[in-house]
Design a protein around this ligand. Structure first.
Ligand code: ACM
Length: 523
């Protein structure tokens, strides 16, 4: 076979999955298949059908056009996933030589963007883009294979065609509240696996609240020893050691997902105030709290010790957080006097910046002197979001009435609350972050996040009822522009994801608004 020499010094990257025995493959009869019929979520920007199929064989090789070593993270991930998905080993090799006639693309994006182009031919699958793009494209490929595997006749074939794809928003996140109920490292990893498949790229961990402090702070050990010892309802609670947290951060990073740590303050701090009496203005210890009321606790704004505490906590967490953001909470500080709240936020923001992070906070925190490019997470008050915009902040959209994963579907829901709204599967999907707040401009919307508060769910199994199927809708709200989305089309695609969710052991809520595929739903 004649070879074409490819230089490895290309700045941009591209990957191809190429079948060994390339020349003979082309002669085989391939089943006709339609790529655009595969119900991919989130919906890609464009899908072109080529009407044939790629055969998944046991001896495929992933060739990558990468600087030596630079592929390791993405290629290791894809190799591991490929084995789980197909049962086959995938060889990984740098592309020094390519069989003649294969067009190689080397004009990809820089490594940080999610944009990708995937060309699925009869013999070669080629992915164009940097490492992040490669992993996002692979998640599309994984979904296609999983969906094809639902049918014996199609299970080894991938329909041919071209997918060009890019997200509407840079930030697409979920949030896990591990404070109201503690979730284990394994549970967090399971959640990460699911959000990776649907191309989320941020996971926000709500690590402290009135009911529990969930991350080890070496200079303040009683935070976890005492403050982590219970949870809503009086269970045993728990906490992440710093090693546990690093393991979660790494697991997420391997899937190109960034962790955003949150320490909620100055309110929502009862667990800390119960652990260290000296943090209270009156110096007296507080009882641990296992109820679900909010707005009764505050750090003492006047004490110097409060800012030593902040500096230690923010410093220790920032040192083990590679992502750019530190979330300071700032919500529902109902017992912090307004003027003191501003003093507190301004000092907290300075400390976060001193530790090299960009401040993020719930929308109330825009009252403070927040720096340009800080991030306001809109959950409650639209004016707080536009106030943030006026100060140069970016906004992450998590309106409680549309995006809170802990809201009940309807009045018959097993778990969840409904103080903001009932959010059925359609309402969770059918809204446009760009038009949700009057006067908030698209260029200032960093993205969307769907938070899961856990007052009513004590483990991941219970949480699945609230998470699924709505999480898939939030993936699409974040990725696909609203002009390209419709409930009618989405709900048909969603119906076909049920068997995958079942296969993963996910106990999702079988919403009557979705015409679930009946053979799939037969248990
Ligand atoms: C919030 O739901 N208190 C941010």
């Amino acid at each position: 076979m004649q070879m074409t020499r490819i230089k490895l010094s290309l700045v941009f990257f591209s990957f191809i999955l190429i079948s060994i025995g390339l020349v003979s493959c082309g002669q085989e009869e391939r089943p006709k298949a339609s790529l655009s019929d595969v119900p991919i979520i989130p919906k890609p920007s464009s899908v072109e059908d080529h009407g044939s199929s790629f055969l998944i064989k046991p001896d495929l090789t992933l060739y990558h056009l990468y600087e030596p070593g630079a592929c390791k993270k993405a290629c290791d991930f894809v190799k591991e996933e490929w084995k789980l998905l197909t049962g086959y080993d995938l060889k990984v090799e740098p592309l020094m030589d390519a069989p003649e006639g294969i067009v190689l693309f080397a004009k990809g994006d820089d490594d940080k963007t999610d944009n990708y182009k995937m060309i699925i031919g009869e013999d070669v699958i080629q992915i164009e883009g940097g490492a992040t793009s490669f992993v996002r494209a692979f998640q599309t490929l994984k979904q296609i294979i999983l969906l094809q595997q639902q049918n014996e006749a199609t299970r080894n074939y991938i329909p041919t065609g071209v997918i060009v794809d890019e997200p509407n928003f840079e930030y697409r996140g979920t949030m896990l509240d591990v404070s109201r109920h503690f979730f284990t490292v394994e549970e967090v990893k399971e959640h990460i696996d699911m959000i990776a498949l649907y191309k989320f790229n941020y996971l926000h961990l709500h690590l402290s609240d009135d009911q529990g402090w969930r991350i080890e702070i070496k200079s303040w050990p009683n935070l976890t020893k005492h403050g982590g010892s219970t949870e809503v309802g009086g269970g045993v609670g728990g906490f992440f050691t710093q090693e546990d947290y690093k393991e979660i951060v790494q697991y997420a990073a391997d899937r190109f997902i960034t962790i955003v740590p949150e320490i909620d303050m100055p309110g929502h701090t009862n667990a800390a105030l119960a652990s260290y009496p000296e943090l209270n203005c009156d110096g007296k210890e507080r009882e641990l709290y296992t109820g679900i009321e909010v707005g009764f606790s505050t750090l003492c704004v006047d004490k110097e010790l409060t800012y030593k505490f902040l500096d230690d906590v923010i410093g220790e967490i920032s040192a083990i957080t590679p992502g750019p953001y530190f979330h300071l909470g700032g919500d529902e500080s109902h017992v912090t006097p307004e003027d003191e709240y501003l003093v507190f936020i301004n000092k907290a923001v300075e400390i976060i910046q001193k530790h090299g992070k960009t401040p993020m906070g719930w929308d109330e925190f825009t009252a403070g002197d927040i720096p340009v490019n800080s991030v306001a997470q809109h959950w409650h008050t639209p004016e707080n979001a536009t106030r943030g915009q006026a100060k140069g902040a970016k906004v992450v959209m998590s309106p409680a009435k549309r995006a809170y994963l802990d809201m009940q579907y309807d009045s018959t829901s097993t778990y969840g609350l409904h103080w903001a709204a009932y959010i059925d599967v359609k309402n969770g999907y059918d809204w446009d972050p760009e038009n949700y707040i009057e006067g908030l401009n698209k260029e200032n919307i960093l993205g969307i996040e769907a938070p899961l508060w856990t007052e009513t769910v004590s483990n991941l199994n219970e949480a699945e009822y609230l998470l699924y199927p709505r999480l898939l809708g939030y993936a699409e709200v974040g990725w696909t522009p609203s002009a390209d989305r419709s409930w009618e089309d989405y709900s048909k695609r969603l119906a076909k994801h049920s068997s995958y969710l079942q296969k993963m052991g996910v106990e999702f809520y079988e919403s009557p608004l979705v015409d679930w595929e009946t053979d799939v739903m037969a248990k």
